[in-house]
Write a new protein. Structure first.
Length: 373
């Protein structure tokens, strides 16, 4: 568990939840409590006590179940005191939780199938409970999203970053949107490798000199892309619900608060635009894979037609030759040319002329021409 006290010019970090509960809510700034899912499940009593002390409100049982559930799709819910947003991340792979040691990962990776790049995309949900000055986040075990953003947040609090114009989060909602934006941008960084992998498969599918036999991986890729499409749709729906809920908040009573509200809405729309880019990219890749498969079978059908056409033409060329040899092979004495010494050469010349004439005819009719690719 990592606990951050974020003020306008500084950030302090601790891991002592009991000390935070005993000290109460700081006079200024906001508090970010980030814990692993299994850790939250085991210590939910202490977390509830902390929320009661700092916010005067505890999480309802249904929302606790939502934050613990590892299979829950992205969605948004709210109460009069806090908001809950569950957002399925699209990040590099994770490791499973050791139930005997909450918050600590297993030493081995769970077995998975499918393409390597898609195996690395983890869609575990991240839960956010947004209070007035407290943000509680529930992450998968050993969550890189949490650690990467925490490092980025601590860097932004340095003197050099503040001098360069870096701005720290001013509210739990602002902090939540920044973390979500970090998760969405993480997939945008993986898309180049994913596109490269699928482009390689497309080249193999359309190359007439190779035989593509990696159909199981391609099928897994299609299923994974379809699943990612559903995940992204749930993400977009959840964030749209959040944006609509922000519009219903009471009007700000000061110009500074009004500006913060406007910035929050702008950041929400920016995150939504990033999600829509991910949706568009996933669908484009999915359509590209489908198109490549259809083109593969179309090319295979065209190659089969070329082969059958060539065999048919060869059969048509040799059919008259078989007729000539069959004619002279009949068991009669009165056949022409069979008693002449030059008969064999005449017959062979006739067969050659017929064969060449048929080749010329078929070539002019483009029956022997190769299909352009």
């Amino acid at each position: 568990m990592r606990i951050f006290h974020i003020q306008s010019t500084s950030i302090t970090e601790t891991q002592d939840l009991q000390a935070l509960t005993a000290a109460g809510l700081p006079a200024h700034g906001l508090v970010w409590v980030a814990c692993a899912r299994r850790e939250f499940e085991v210590q939910q009593g202490q977390v509830q006590a902390m929320l009661q002390t700092l916010c005067g409100q505890q999480l309802v049982d249904l929302h606790i179940s939502d934050l613990i559930n590892n299979q829950l799709p992205s969605h948004y819910d709210y109460t009069s005191q806090y908001d809950v947003l569950v957002f399925r991340r699209l990040a590099a792979g994770h490791r499973a939780t050791d139930l005997e040691h909450p918050g600590e990962p297993l030493n081995h990776e769970p077995a998975k199938g499918g393409p390597p790049i898609l195996r690395r995309i983890d869609t575990s949900p991240v839960g956010f409970a947004v209070f007035d000055r407290v943000l509680l986040t529930v992450h998968p075990t050993d969550c890189t999203v949490r650690d990467v953003y925490a490092a980025k947040l601590l860097l932004a609090a340095s003197v050099e970053s503040r001098a360069a114009g870096a701005r720290l989060p001013t509210s739990p909602a602002d902090l939540m949107l920044r973390i979500i934006n970090q998760m969405v941008d993480g997939f945008l960084e993986l898309r180049r490798e994913l596109t490269h992998q699928l482009d390689h498969w497309q080249s193999e599918l359309l190359n007439p000199r190779t035989r593509f036999n990696n159909w199981n991986a391609l099928l897994d890729a299609r299923l994974s892309l379809h699943y990612l499409d559903e995940v992204c749709e749930d993400q977009r729906a959840a964030l749209q619900d959040w944006i609509e809920a922000v519009k219903t908040w009471p009007e700000a009573d000061t110009p500074a608060a009004h500006r913060e509200r406007d910035l929050l809405q702008v950041r929400s729309r920016d995150v939504l635009e990033h999600i829509e880019r991910v949706v568009h990219h996933v669908r484009r890749i999915e359509q590209s894979v489908e198109t490549a498969v259809q083109m593969h079978f179309s090319v295979q059908g065209s190659r089969t037609n070329d082969i059958m056409r060539t065999l048919t033409v060869l059969t048509a060329i040799f059919l008259p030759l078989n007729l000539i040899t069959g004619f002279f092979g009949m068991n009669f004495d009165a056949l022409p040319l069979i008693h002449k010494e030059s008969g064999i050469w005449t017959a062979m010349a006739l067969m050659l002329v017929v064969a060449l004439a048929l080749v010329v005819v078929f070539w002019r009719k483009r029956y022997l021409a190769r299909s352009g690719r």
